[in-house]
Design a protein around this ligand. Structure first.
Ligand code: NAD
Ligand code: MG
Length: 393
């Protein structure tokens, strides 16, 4: 029986993880769960799965949850160290890191430091603190298994030995991108898109932040950075190709000309089941791909002019760790502002670019320095939004 701590249980990845756990009660015990504000859903999860510990944002949320669960034996934790305490608990075997954004960094890092099996969806943790998280995992012996579908596909297609060296024969990692809902939009059309349109992804059902990131292609930029830290290959060996059908989840190109790809229906339950069971395999509940009915699999080069976020991410990775913190913080603020009607879609990359331009490159060595810079970059981004003329929108 593996005991699981599920961070972000009420989100899209959290819910998909619960779907897989529901299929395998004899293999996995949900030991702990966390949620931020959706206390009603967290209460339902506690009734169904009976976790030992539930972590919520603050004392009010804890009180609200307790009131909904008068007869259920669950410890309800809150406060600054609650998430870290849960993921580091001796009773936890594996942590599913599915909090969205930089808010997931501390608990992801704590899980890596505590040597847990880390099933990683929270890509922003690697974007802003890739070096810290990876070195913590190496020092503790924590195994990181990516849940993000592209990285899970690459993980499946790569040889198991880490670090990858010349004998592995890997020439390139090819991350596939659906291109999002606006793949064929002109620049003028992009300027007018609404949050509802941006959140209606053609192939995937996801949380609102990652849906907007997919529409701007920032998601793919963040994933290039995620791949860089996870697999340790130089930047020029990590490429992006647009594949609108979202059937090929990514490819590894080898020096002998072979390409290995992982295919499947676009449903996160597949990579989640893979990560939970690795190196075994378990059923995910996903409808199998009807391979003989597939009409076409097409691939094209991403358009850097209409979707500048991808190159912003490549450039930030080349500039170094502090630029990655600023890139992520500015993006989180910009996406939030777009979702709340305070910024246009086309202004998202402009805001991020301006924030990067205004923030000098600096050294960031530890969690405190990263979080301080993250907070400063959020202030710069918010200030820019209130003085939008600087963005030439
Ligand atoms: P979501 O918005 O649906 O859910 C986010 C979860 O994080 C919720 O449970 C919420 O309660 C929690 N949360 C939000 N803010 C928090 C805070 N400040 N402190 C603590 N908890 C907080 O997001 P999602 O789509 O499930 O994505 C989660 C992560 O997985 C993201 O990093 C995303 O990039 C990654 N990911 C998601 C998908 C997908 O299909 N949804 C695919 C690949 C990777
Ligand atoms: Mg992905």
């Amino acid at each position: 029986m593996q005991r699981i701590a599920l961070m972000g249980a009420t989100g899209s990845i959290g819910q998909s993880t619960l779907k897989v756990l529901r299929l395998h009660p004899e293999k996995y015990q949900l030991f702990g769960v966390s949620a931020h504000r959706n206390i009603a859903l967290l209460a339902q999860i506690c009734v169904e799965f009976r976790p030992k510990i539930a972590v919520v944002a603050d004392a009010d949320a804890a009180q609200e949850l307790r009131a909904l669960l008068p007869d259920i034996q669950v410890e309800i934790w809150h406060g600054a160290s609650a998430l870290n305490d849960l993921v580091s608990a001796d009773s936890v075997d594996a942590v599913v890191a599915a909090i969205v954004g930089a808010a997931g960094l501390a608990s992801t890092l704590a899980a890596a430091t505590a040597g847990k099996r880390l099933l990683l969806a929270n890509k922003e943790a690697l974007v802003i603190a890739g070096s810290l998280v990876m070195s913590a995992a190496i020092a503790s012996g924590a195994q990181i298994i990516p849940i993000d579908s592209e990285h899970n596909a690459l993980f499946q297609c790569l040889p198991p030995a880490r670090p990858l060296d010349a004998t592995s024969g890997v020439a390139k990692l090819w991350l596939t991108a659906s291109g999002g809902p606006f793949r064929n939009h002109s620049l003028a059309e992009l300027a007018a898109v609404t949050p509802e349109q941006a959140c209606a992804h053609p192939n995937w059902q996801m949380g609102r932040k990652i849906s907007v990131d997919s529409a701007t292609l920032m998601n793919k930029g963040l994933e290039v950075i995620e791949a860089y830290w996870l697999f340790g290959l130089p930047l020029h060996q990590i490429e992006v190709v647009v594949h609108p059908q979202s059937i090929v989840h990514s490819l590894v190109e080898y020096v002998d000309g072979s390409f290995l790809a992982q295919l499947g229906s676009p449903d996160m339950c597949t990579p989640i089941a893979h990560a939970l069971a690795y190196p075994s395999r378990i059923a995910s509940g996903v409808k199998p791909l009807n391979i003989s009915q597939l009409k076409s699999l097409s691939f094209e080069t991403p358009d850097a002019v209409r979707f500048p976020c991808l190159n912003l991410a490549y450039d930030a990775l080349a500039s170094g760790p502090s630029a990655l913190v600023v890139l992520n913080a500015a993006n989180e603020v910009a996406v939030d502002a777009f979702l709340n009607g305070a910024l246009t879609f086309s202004a998202i990359p402009k805001l991020i670019n301006e924030c990067l331009r205004q923030t000098p490159i600096q050294s960031v060595h530890n969690l405190d320095e990263i979080l301080t810079l993250d907070a400063l970059a959020r202030i710069s981004a918010s200030t820019l939004i209130t003085t939008q003329q600087q963005l030439e929108i």
